[in-house]
Ligand binder design. Structure first.
Ligand code: NAD
Length: 374
């Protein structure tokens, strides 16, 4: 892999490797952009098949965080970190603390948070070593972001309905939810409370039965598939890459709007395919920004009211992006363009202020309560 060429291809700023000789921790932090501010992004613990796969993942995920922050109008850049583990390797406090020390060497340019394989407990272990972590069990670190992600997704659904000229009235409507975990359960609850009929699927039978019992929703039949079930809105709230040439052509919904990250297997082709099939796609990184807004907002010193207003704004942002999607190959493409415009605007402002590269420098972000980025 030609590392510098790879970084230049997508505009990444930094790729940092760390090995902790005592715990054996092997970790990578990728900072894609600090143009709009220092960068918050989750820490993923994953058994990668090799180092190249881990590098590709951290580069891809960090770039996605830049667009998510920019589209959410946050004074934040984009970054992500990964910890390379062996299959089934349990997390330990020593590992969490070693990761926290690595995060601390970034001096606030990178702020860690939860991601796949990282629990609130792990965030709290990291927080023993650095103040640049959000999303642990304690409220001061933001707590669980998933209720905010679900609320943002529900707000985006309203924008999708309006875009299609439909009444924003969930009664009489059917919503399909794939995955009733932390976010999907709450999306199902919000839709059900608003009067929708909700049908859900989950590979975890216990989680599915719990949602059915507690929320009064129904489960897809054993031989049925949520992606081919006739619904008004389909909310993928489990895995990435679920929308591809095979699933899209079999969809029986008008709208796709869910919390899962990277729903399009091939962003460009599958975004365009959805449009061609007449299905309105709420771009995932716009729709699911509520949790990020919550954690970044607290980190930046915003009040609860300001944070909630920004989560409400997801409806407005989705509306703008969907409109722009009319003249683009896809709503995904429109969302990326929307985020890039915000970044370029921020870069131009920073250059005007005398920061030639346009990247964040020490103390440059007035909202950044702990900004010490280099
Ligand atoms: P979670 O692990 O709590 O829930 C995911 C659920 O999906 C689980 O119940 C799991 O059993 C189920 N699932 C897995 N594979 C499935 C399949 N093939 N079919 C049906 N169900 C399946 O995760 P979460 O926090 O709800 O996150 C869900 C998605 O949303 C992820 O893609 C995540 O990256 C994204 N996301 C989450 C947040 C957040 O605040 N938690 C924020 C932004 C994006």
């Amino acid at each position: 892999m030609k590392l510098f060429e790879t970084l230049a291809d997508h505009g990444h700023e930094r790729l940092c490797f760390h090995h902790d000789p005592i715990t054996g921790l092997r970790s990578i932090i990728a900072i894609h952009s600090t143009v709009l501010g220092n960068a918050l992004g989750g820490t993923r613990r994953w058994a990668y098949t090799d180092e190249a796969e881990a590098i590709r993942d951290v580069l891809r995920l960090s770039e996605g965080m830049t667009y998510k922050s920019a589209a959410a109008d946050l004074a934040m850049g984009g970054a992500k970190s990964v910890i390379l583990i062996k299959p089934g390797q349990a997390a330990t406090e020593a590992e969490g603390r070693a990761m926290g020390r690595f995060v601390d060497t970034m001096n606030g340019a990178y702020i860690a948070a939860e991601d796949v394989g990282v629990t609130p407990q792990f965030c709290d272990w990291m927080a023993e070593e650095t103040q640049h972590v959000m999303g642990g069990e304690t409220v001061s670190h933001g707590g669980d972001p998933s209720p905010f992600t679900a609320t943002g997704c529900f707000n985006a659904m309203k924008a999708c309905l309006k875009h299609l000229g439909r009444k924003v009235d969930f009664s009489g409507m059917t919503v399909g939810v794939q995955g009733v975990g932390a976010t999907g359960y709450r999306v199902a609850k919000l839709c059900k409370e608003a009067g929708a009929k909700v049908i859900a699927s989950d590979v975890n039978r216990v989680a599915l039965e719990k949602a059915v019992k507690e929320l009064g929703i129904s489960a897809v039949g054993d031989n049925e598939n949520i992606f081919t079930t006739k619904v008004d809105i389909l909310a993928p709230c489990a895995l990435g890459g679920v929308l591809d040439d095979r699933t899209i052509t079999n969809l029986k919904c008008e709208i796709v709007c869910g919390t899962a990250n990277n729903q399009l297997l091939h962003a460009i082709d599958d975004g365009a395919r959805l449009k061609k099939c007449g299905i309105l796609y709420g771009p995932d990184f716009v729709v699911n920004a509520g949790g990020l807004i919550r954690l970044a907002g607290l980190y930046l010193g915003m009040t609860e009211t300001q944070i909630n207003q920004k989560i409400e704004q997801i409806e407005h942002t989705t509306t703008s992006v969907l409109k722009e999607g009319n003249g683009a190959h896809s709503t995904h493409e429109a969302a990326v363009a929307y985020a890039k415009r915000r970044i370029e605007h921020g870069r131009a402002q920073r250059v005007e202020q005398g920061h030639e590269s346009g990247n964040t420098h020490k103390g440059a972000n007035p909202n950044q309560i702990t900004s010490t980025a280099s």
